[in-house]
Design a protein around this ligand. Structure first.
Ligand SMILES: Nc1ncnc2c1ncn2[C@@H]1O[C@H](COP(=O)(O)OP(=O)(O)OP(=O)(O)O)[C@@H](O)[C@H]1O
Ligand SMILES: [Mg+2]
Length: 243
């Protein structure tokens, strides 16, 4: 990768004495879809939260659009186009759908009605229910709302933490379809998934994390084709019910 839009070198994340991420490095080309896969506790969320500025790294270097952003807080990064869809969606259930979407643009100081309208065009189900509390949406619809809220911030790089978690297979298909559209529109995507096979099928490049370290990386198709990697790290195909 010659000139990545995002690069992470020797990243370390610690929680007190627990070293959750050790020397993780990866690079993301503009317009590509990169996935970080690994089992529970592998360190996927810790990596993505450090990149988005939610967590302060214990060491290493994060570069976004050629600038060192290792210690840049999340609210500043959102304004620069590095936006995360958090694990577990983090929808504000008592606020309306529209109010949740407005939160995606609070850093601009405006209402961002234009970007909200664009998001409504893409997600008609949210447009129809804009005045309802977000808590009235189904799990799948709440995931769409979380993605839509991130889109309102006009990301150049979108970081997604387990967007398919806990959703029925049909809704998982829908989520992956939306991710494909986001990528096709030119937004770079970093996708964290336990659903490794599915994520690798959608990705250009993949990194397999285990116990806080990258144990395999390469073109996603190559990782999927390597039976040893599939057996050792990717396990059986899971459905939400099996998890
Ligand atoms: N706030 C915290 N305090 C202490 N330890 C933590 C904290 N958050 C995560 N950890 C530990 O760091 C390690 C990596 O956790 P992390 O959440 O990054 O993994 P993950 O790959 O996202 O897992 P999952 O698939 O379950 O979401 C785990 O051992 C976890 O117990
Ligand atoms: Mg996680």
């Amino acid at each position: 990768m010659s000139n990545p839009i995002l690069s992470v070198e020797d990243l370390r994340v610690s929680y007190g004495r627990v070293e959750a991420v050790r020397r993780v490095s990866f690079a993301v080309d503009q317009g590509s879809l990169v996935t970080l896969v690994g089992a529970n506790g592998a360190g996927k969320s810790s990596v993505i939260n450090a990149v988005s500025g939610i967590l302060r790294p214990a060491g290493g270097r994060i570069t976004f659009e050629g600038r060192d952003v290792t210690r840049t807080p999340a609210h500043k990064l959102v304004g620069r186009g590095l936006v995360q869809v958090p694990e577990g969606r983090q929808i504000l259930a008592t606020l309306t759908i529209e109010e949740n979407l407005r939160m995606g643009a609070w850093h601009t100081g405006g209402t961002a009605q234009r970007s909200i309208d664009a998001v409504y065009d893409r997600f008609p189900v949210l447009a129809e229910r804009r005045a309802l509390p977000a808590g009235a949406l189904s799990g799948g619809e709440q995931q769409m709302l979380a993605i839509a809220r991130a889109l309102v911030a006009a990301p150049t790089v979108m970081l997604m933490d387990e967007p398919s978690m806990g959703l029925a297979p049909k809704i998982v298909d829908e989520v992956f379809r939306v991710i494909g559209e986001i990528r096709a529109s030119g937004t770079t995507v970093v996708l964290v998934e336990q659903n490794a096979r599915r994520a690798l099928r959608a990705a250009d490049h993949g990194y397999v994390l285990q116990s806080g370290e990258v144990v395999h990386s390469g073109p996603a198709a190559g990782l999927l084709a390597d039976e040893r990697i599939v057996q050792a790290y990717l396990g059986v195909e899971t459905t939400p019910r099996q998890r």
